[in-house]
Design a protein around this ligand. Structure first.
Ligand code: ATP
Length: 754
């Protein structure tokens, strides 16, 4: 037993709190007309979340609230709220999701028509209640709550409504909800997918644009790297080249510079020689005067020589006359000298002993001797000799003088000759030097030109190098700006041909232009944006994938649910039919009863082809099939038809049944359905009203049978039915218009019912 109690407070005619306890499988509620019995059944609908106030015999929620009543003496003030609380035993896990052994649901409606729902005292949403009940097979369509006069509702319903009732009774609503939920999710998923797709479509051109930019940036980066390599090679080579060339030229220029200085000096000297040679006339004059002097000197010498010759001749003539005289005198040599004369001489010589000087002594002695001789000769010497000797002496003196003169003249001449020769040779020599100097000047000038040319070439080369060095520095700076400092961090180069450097320079220029075309280096912003946009796109792609997966899962789930609903529905119908046939036979003592699944036909108007979605009855369908209707039909959802044939009666179809027959058929179907998938409880509000005594008995048997699976709450006036109830409640209404509830015995109940 699942149902424990129902508590009404301010609900409809139940002004005061009323408590129904369901301690038996069958609970009977009895009472006079208008006492408030149906309000109890409605209290169930109300608390289980009924949203149709109309089906609760009201217009607004407010109509559910005790509105006061009775005459002035016994009037009871109206309530502000109506509440109904139903309590279930959950020890058998009727509500598997709730851990408590008791589950109470409460609904409160206020005068402002607002509703509150409470689950075990905590406020919840209506949705939670509906879900909870659906899980416990207590459906919202109220297939287990048959209100007064509603017993044949299942028969009068359209085939589609009927199908819904059956589905609900078979407990397929849970699946349908799940399906509906899945469909809703599917719709949302589709919407999300569309949104994501449109977002992706939106960013796609941006990505394409960015990609192109990135490709450009990447290309630029590639170019930049190439340029760095080129620059490094270029700079290394260039630096080496410049340094080497600088050294070479500075070394090379030293020689020519020195040579030029030397040449200048030499030229100066040569020029001086040439200037000096202009003084040569003075020397010629000197030479001429020397020649004059020499001539005079030579004629003087001739005169002297002639004079000497004459003197010599005279001397020789005198000597010869002496010699002749002497030969003649030789004969006189035997002449006698007196001793006395000799002694005189000796005395003279002896008187010379005072002379100490030997030489002087000698010449004095000689003199003395000669004097002696001369004294004695005179007597013998001829005058001729003495004369000749006299001449000889003067001649000799003269000759000595002339000889000295000659000697002088000769020396003079020699001196003049020497001077002349020297001067002459000097002049000759000067002539040679001049010529040399002239030659030198030409040579020097020629060489100077050569050297100057060399120097000019070298200077030009140095200038070129200086310019190249300047360029080099400029290029270094430029490279730093264009491709970054890395390009300027080159290592050493190797000596190579200059044309290679030219090639490189051309390549560098080309690359620089290409790099500029590619937008220069940098572009990290674009890269970042591209990466981010790509990531976003990938994220959206992933999301789309996930959504697609979720969609597939939902589609599969829906298909599974469809299959399940279809299977459970069809097998449910088969089971219901078995039970239906049994109950029908029991009621009517024979005959045939069955449910058939038919496909509804939808009518399509020819004029506008609008889908009316009108649900047609089986009669319509038959009309359509026989071609008597001008409406076109097409396949619609499945519906359920009830086919019955009574025993011993030829007529078929529900339309042909009497009120009682109709009630019996309804009850048979109701019980069949409840048998197949028993709900925890069933409320039947005067379902037995139309039954005669015989059928009341059968009804009572069926009830007892049904109560084995479901708790029954029966509102009844029927004695037979009351007899089957374990517990009976009597409902009365006093003069205040408020219903009162009390547990009563069977006899009382019978009395009350009457
Ligand atoms: P019967 O046996 O004739 O079907 P019943 O016992 O089922 O009668 P109900 O239909 O449950 O009687 O009760 C109807 C009574 O409840 C009426 O008298 C009606 O005035 C009263 N009632 C309904 N709503 C309210 C309300 N909001 N406030 C006061 N009384 C109400």
């Amino acid at each position: 037993m699942h149902l424990k109690s129902l508590e009404l407070s301010g609900f409809k005619s139940f002004a005061k709190k009323a408590d129904l306890r369901f301690t038996s499988a069958i609970t009977g509620i009895v009472g006079p007309n208008g006492s408030g019995k149906s309000n109890c059944a409605e209290a169930f609908r109300f608390v289980l979340g009924e949203q149709s106030i109309k089906s609760l015999r009201g217009k607004r929620g407010e109509d559910m609230i005790w509105n006061g009543g009775g005459d002035s003496s016994s009037a009871t003030g109206r309530s502000n709220r109506a509440s109904v609380k139903v309590t279930f035993d959950n020890s058998q896990k009727l509500f598997p999701t709730i851990d408590f052994d008791e589950v109470s649901l409460e609904r409160v409606v206020h005068r402002d028509n607002s509703n509150e729902y409470l689950l075990n005292g905590s406020q919840v949403r209506l949705r939670d209640i509906v879900e909870l009940l659906a899980g416990a097979h207590i459906g919202a369509t109220g297939h287990h709550i048959i209100s007064q006069g509603e017993a044949d509702r299942i028969l009068s319903a359209s085939i589609r409504e009927r199908r819904e009732m059956i589905e609900d009774a078979l407990g397929l609503k849970v699946y349908q909800w799940k399906k509906l939920e899945s469909l809703r999710k599917l719709e949302r998923t589709d919407e999300n997918m569309k949104q994501v797709e449109s977002l992706r479509r939106e960013i796609a051109p941006h990505i394409r644009f960015l990609k192109k930019q990135v490709e450009k940036v990447e290309k630029a980066e590639e170019l930049r790297k190439e340029l760095i390599v080129l620059y490094k090679e270029y700079f290394a080579s260039e630096e080496l080249y410049i340094n080497t060339e600088k050294q070479k030229t500075s070394e090379g220029i030293a020689g020519p510079k020195k040579e030029l200085a030397e040449l200048d000096l030499r030229l100066e000297q040569a020029k001086k020689i040439l200037t000096d040679s202009k003084n040569k006339d003075t020397k010629s004059d000197k030479l001429i005067s020397l020649e004059e002097k020499l001539k005079i000197c030579r004629s003087e010498k001739d005169t002297i020589t002639r004079e000497l010759g004459r003197l010599e001749g005279e001397l020789r003539a005198n000597k010869r006359s002496i010699e002749k005289e002497q030969a003649r005198i030789k004969d006189e040599e035997l002449r006698m000298v007196r001793l006395k004369d000799v002694e005189e001489v000796v005395q003279v010589i002896e008187g010379m002993d005072a002379i100490t000087d030997v030489k002087k002594l000698w010449s004095e002695i000689i003199g003395a001797l000669r004097g002696f001789i001369a004294k004695h000769r005179s007597s013998v010497d001829s005058a001729l000799i003495s004369e000749a000797e006299k001449d000889i002496a003067s001649l000799s003196g003269e000759r000595g003088r002339y000889e000295a003169k000659l000697k002088d003249a000769t020396e003079k001449e020699a001196k003049f000759v020497r001077e002349y020769e020297e001067l002459k040779s000097t002049i000759e020599k000067e002539k040679d030097t001049n010529r040399e100097a002239e030659k030198d000047v030409f040579k020097i000038i020629a060489r100077q030109n050569e050297v100057r040319h060399i120097l000019e070439t070298l200077t030009a080369a140095i200038n070129v190098l200086a310019r190249e060095e300047e360029n080099f520095k400029h290029e270094l700076g430029e490279a730093g700006v264009i491709v970054g400092r890395e390009a300027t961090e080159y290592s050493h180069g190797a000596i190579e041909s200059r044309s290679m450097q030219e090639e490189r320079r051309k390549k560098i220029e080309k690359n620089k232009i290409r790099l500029e075309d590619a937008g220069g280096s940098g572009g990290s912003e674009v890269m970042k944006e591209y990466r981010e946009t790509e990531e976003r796109d990938a994220f959206l792609g992933k999301e789309l994938e996930d959504l697609e997966k979720a969609k597939q899962e939902l589609v599969k789930m829906i298909a599974d649910l469809d299959a399940r609903i279809d299977y459970e529905f069809k097998s449910g119908i088969l089971k219901i039919n078995t039970e239906f046939q049994k109950f029908f036979t029991l009621m009517f003592g024979g005959g045939k009863a069955e449910l058939t699944v038919v496909r509804e036909a939808r009518r399509k108007r020819k004029s506008d082809g609008e889908d009316l979605s009108d649900v047609l009855s089986s009669e319509d369908l038959r009309d359509a099939e026989s071609g008597s209707s001008d409406a076109e039909t097409e396949d619609g959802p499945e519906g359920i038809e009830v086919n019955v044939s009574l025993p011993r009666k030829k007529v078929k179809g529900l339309m042909m049944l009497s009120g009682g027959e109709r009630a019996l058929t309804s009850i048979a179907l109701l019980f069949a359905v409840s048998q197949v998938n028993p709900p925890p409880f069933i409320i039947l509000d005067e379902t037995d009203a139309a039954l005669d005594e015989a059928n009341s008995k059968k009804y009572g048997d069926m009830i007892e049978n049904l109560s084995k699976h479901s708790q029954l709450i029966l509102i009844t006036h029927n004695r037979e039915t009351m007899a089957r109830a374990g517990v009976l409640y009597g409902v009365t209404m006093g003069s205040d218009g408020a219903s009162k509830l009390l547990s009563i015995a069977f006899e009382e109940a019978v009395a009350v019912a009457k």
